[in-house]
Design a protein around this ligand. Structure first.
Ligand code: 8YV
Length: 356
C-alpha cells in the first residue's frame, strides 16, 4: 500500500502558482481568503497537518503543538520568526524554517524610504497639500533635516542593517555608526562603511536611528523612555523590525514634545492595531508592515518557504536538508551593553535570527 501523502496547511492566500508546487507531493489545504486566527483555530488547522506554511500573523507555541501530533515542519514566510516558539517546536521535534536573504535589499529600501519620508516630512507635506493649505506657504514651511552627510545610526547589523549602511555610506555620504550583539569583521565594516560603537554612543550621536534587530524578550522595549532621553535632540527614529522593540507611548511622548523631530514606523506592538497616540501625530510616517512588499520579493519569499517545507518533509532536490532551518540556539539577542546573549553567527553577517 502506498504511503499516505502528507497534509500541508497554508494559513493565508499566498501566490497560488507557487504554493501549487506542493501538490506534487502533498495534499494542500490553503486558506482561500485572508484569515485572522485565534489559538483554537490554529490548533484546529494543525490537527491533521504534517506541515504548515505560515506568516508572521500566526502565533504557534506549545498549546497549538499539543494538538498537532503529526506535525513535522513549519515554514515561516518571513525572515523574523518571533511568531513561533522555537524552543517548543524543537521540543516537539518540529523543524522550523524562515526566508532570509531574498528580502534583504527590498527591506533596506523601505527602511531608507521611511528615513527620508520622516526626515524630510514627506507624509506630513502630502497631507498638508491635500488639505488645501498651500496658500499659507512660507519660506519655513515643512523644514526638515538633511539625510545626506548626516550621521546614520543602525541598531542591529545583520544582512538588512548592512544593506542600509551601504545605502547611507556609498549613496548619501553619511557617517554610519552601528551597534550589534557582536562586531563585524573589519573587512565587512570597511565594505559597508560603518563603525561599531556602544549603545549609548549610538543613541547620542545618530541624527537618524534605524532599528533592524530581532525581537525577543531581551530586546523588548529596547527603545523606551530612557533610551529616547539619550537620543540626540531633534533626531529621527525608524523601526522596520518589530513593534515590540519600541515603547510606543514613550515614543509618542517624545514626538509630541519635540524631543524627536520625526519617526517612521512600519511595525507596531499591537499590529494590525496602531495606537491612537501615534495616529494623532503629524510627525510620524506610518506604513502597514510592508518592508518586504515588492512583487518580486514576496514571490521569492513564498518560493523559498515552499522549497524549505518540501525539503523538511523529505521531497525535492534538498530532501531532508531545508536551506533555512532555525533552532532555539540561533535565537539570540542584542543587549544594550554590547554583550552577546546566546550563540549566533553574527560575525559573518549571516544572522539567522534577524527579524527584518
Ligand atoms: C513579513 C517580515 O514576512 O520577513 C519578515 O520578518 O517582517 C516581513 O517580511 C511579511 O510582512 C509577511 O508576513
Amino acid at each position: 500500500m502506498a504511503a499516505a501523502r502528507p497534509r500541508v496547511w497554508v494559513s493565508q492566500p499566498l501566490f497560488d502558482d507557487i504554493v501549487d508546487q506542493l501538490a506534487a507531493h502533498c495534499d494542500v489545504d490553503a486558506a482561500a481568503q485572508v484569515v485572522q486566527y485565534d489559538a483554537a483555530a490554529i490548533a484546529a488547522a494543525l490537527r491533521d497537518a504534517d506541515g504548515a506554511l505560515v506568516t508572521l500573523n500566526e502565533r504557534i507555541g506549545a498549546t497549538e503543538l499539543a494538538a498537532a501530533p503529526r506535525l513535522r515542519a513549519i515554514a515561516n514566510v518571513g525572515v523574523g520568526y518571533n511568531n513561533l516558539d522555537i524552543a517548543a517546536l524543537d521540543a516537539a521535534g518540529v523543524v522550523a524554517t524562515n526566508t532570509p536573504d531574498v528580502l534583504t535589499e527590498t527591506t533596506a529600501d523601505l527602511g531608507f524610504a521611511l528615513l527620508m519620508a520622516a526626515a524630510r516630512r514627506i507624509g506630513e507635506s502630502e497631507r498638508w497639500l491635500r488639505e488645501g493649505h498651500w496658500r499659507q506657504w512660507s519660506f519655513s514651511t515643512m523644514l526638515g533635516a538633511d539625510v545626506h552627510g548626516s550621521t546614520l545610526g543602525i541598531l542591529g547589523m545583520g544582512r538588512i542593517g548592512q544593506a542600509i549602511a551601504r545605502r547611507g555610506h556609498h549613496g548619501f555620504g553619511m557617517k554610519v555608526l552601528y551597534h550589534n550583539r557582536s562586531r563585524l569583521p573589519e573587512a565587512v565594516e570597511r565594505e559597508v562603511g560603518a563603525r561599531y560603537v556602544d549603545f549609548d554612543a549610538l543613541l547620542a550621536q545618530a541624527d537618524h536611528l534605524l532599528l533592524v534587530l530581532p525581537y525577543s524578550p531581551a530586546s523588548h522595549h529596547i527603545i523606551g523612555a530612557a533610551a529616547l532621553a539619550k537620543m540626540k535632540p531633534g533626531a529621527t527614529l525608524v523601526n522596520i523590525a518589530r513593534g515590540g522593540l519600541v515603547d510606543e507611548l514613550a515614543l509618542a511622548d517624545a514626538l509630541a514634545n519635540g524631543r524627536l523631530a520625526a519617526a517612521g514606523l512600519d511595525v507596531y506592538e499591537g499590529e494590525p492595531d496602531v495606537r491612537p497616540e501615534l495616529l494623532a501625530l503629524r510627525n510620524v510616517v506610518l506604513t502597514p508592515h510592508i518592508g518586504s512588499a515588492s512583487q518580486a520579493t514576496r514571490r521569492a519569499m513564498v518560493q523559498l518557504a515552499v522549497d524549505n517545507l518540501a525539503a523538511a518533509l523529505g521531497f525535492g532536490p534538498q530532501a531532508g536538508r531545508p536551506s533555512n532551518p532555525v533552532t532555539a540556539k540561533q535565537t539570540t539577542a542584542i543587549t544594550t551593553t554590547g554583550a552577546i546573549a546566546g550563540a549566533g553567527k553574527a560575525a559573518t553577517g549571516k544572522r539567522p535570527g534577524t527579524s527584518a
